[in-house]
Ligand binder design. Structure first.
Ligand code: DP6
Length: 410
């Protein structure tokens, strides 16, 4: 039996992917760009064992066995990686140096997230990236990460971007077979160490409309979408790449917020409309704009972005993070202990958190921009940073036992 365990990170897009031109191959209607966040805070972990003793392929997700044959997208990822392994085995055989015929062995897959699935926290991206990356390690595939991203893309579009650390572009491509639709790294995680992220968990609940269904409905019914696909995103992709390479937070922040807002505008323009933001999400938007508008030097201090759910991700230079956390904690009070409310691995916030405490801001800041929100509107703050791509873990981290069955079941 051969076993490999890996983790893959979450990525949060600053130019959003929304819409497919081919739903089978998962080919997008526009390019997108994302930032990979630290696996120390959020990750999917996958163990895969291959053995000729197993009777069939099996899959456990978050401790529950699922029927692997019903998961077409995962199945596509198995098929593609096995085909590459099979070609390697044939070549090795022809060269007189046969390798183990792993492509013919049934596999057991066990995967877990360390955060709630389908709450708009990009669980499909890290989950499918972990699956495809672990398969590539198990089969010792010698293909490039961009080539591997074409396979991950067929599991979930945004997953192709989670195979890299740092700043990642998914080029939409033009070809019908999808061979030119892959992810590539724009800049590594070490490029802009000053940029950090704060995830405001607004709701742990499973979202109403899945991204997959939502985006197809937008493609069918939104007229605004044509403008987005044909002219707005192409220009924004160029602007965003430049902003990242130049570490220009001013441009990065404006493009990020505009693109998030436009993505939610095309959701509203979908018929019937799709709502991912809620009152808490909108209050955070107002707060960040007020915070930016009153900065004494006129410079942007933070940028929000929202995926297909109400949780905010706030990107900001490290120097502003303590202030932003205190600001959020004031307007969105929690009755939890700070340690339970706030996950902070990299920075220690000195000072108070909570409703009765407002950080010292500029005089122009309108403290009544939003009322203090009901307790618990934000359930958790995750302070994180830009970080690396998938990691291979050692055997002690395996989610499967020696007999190929999960160590833990739900
Ligand atoms: C709003 O990658 O989850 O997060 O390809 O159908 O699996 P499928 O969709 P998915 O869509 C993500 C959409 C988004 C924006 C983004 O991550 O770019």
């Amino acid at each position: 039996m051969r076993t490999v365990t890996c983790t893959a990170p979450v990525n949060i897009a600053v130019i959003k992917y929304w819409g497919k031109r081919d739903t089978e191959l998962i080919l997008p209607t526009n390019s997108s760009l994302s930032v990979t966040l630290s696996q120390d805070i959020l990750h999917s972990k996958t163990t895969i064992s291959a053995s000729k003793e197993f009777s069939n392929d099996r899959l456990w997700l978050n401790g529950v066995e699922e029927d692997i044959t019903k998961n077409k997208r995962m199945h596509n990822c198995f098929r593609e990686t096995r085909a590459i392994r099979e070609a390697m085995e044939k070549k090795a055989e022809a060269d007189g140096q046969p390798i183990e015929p792993l492509s013919t062995y049934p596999i057991h897959v066990c995967s877990e997230n360390n955060f709630p699935t389908a709450a708009g926290l990009a669980s499909s991206a890290s989950g499918l990236a972990a699956l495809v990356y672990t398969l590539s390690q198990l089969f010792e595939l010698t293909i490039s990460t961009s080539e591997l991203s074409r396979i991950a893309r067929q599991g979930s579009g945004s997953a192709c971007r989670s195979l890299f650390g740092g700043f990642v572009a998914w080029e939409m491509g033009e070809k019908e077979d999808g061979s030119d639709s892959y992810a590539e790294q724009i800049a590594p995680e070490t490029h802009w160490p000053d940029l950090q992220a704060l995830i405001c968990v607004v709701s742990d609940a499973k979202k109403g409309t899945s991204s997959t269904a939502g985006m197809q409905s937008t493609i069918k019914t939104s007229l605004l979408m044509n403008e987005r696909i044909n002219s707005i995103v192409p220009a924004r992709m160029e602007g965003m790449k430049k902003a990242v390479l130049q570490k220009d937070f001013q441009s990065f922040a404006e493009l990020t917020m505009r693109d998030s807002n436009q993505f939610h505008a095309v959701c509203l323009d979908t018929y019937p409309p799709i709502f991912y933001l809620n009152d808490t999400s909108r209050a955070i938007i107002q707060l960040i704009h007020e915070y930016n508008a009153t900065a004494p030097d006129g410079k942007m201090k933070a940028a929000y972005t929202y995926d297909a759910g109400p949780n905010a991700v706030i990107y900001a230079p490290k120097e502003n993070m303590a202030e932003i956390i205190q600001l959020i904690a004031h307007y969105f009070p929690s009755n939890k202990e700070p340690t339970e409310f706030f996950t902070d691995t990299y920075n220690t916030i000195n000072g108070k958190l909570g409703e009765d405490f407002l950080p010292k801001l500029h005089d122009n800041f309108n403290v009544d921009v939003i009322p203090v929100q009901p307790i618990g509107s934000i359930s958790r703050l995750l302070h994180t940073k830009v970080d690396d791509g998938p990691r291979v873990l050692n055997d002690t981290e395996s989610l499967l036992k020696e007999d190929g069955r999960p160590k833990r079941l739900a």
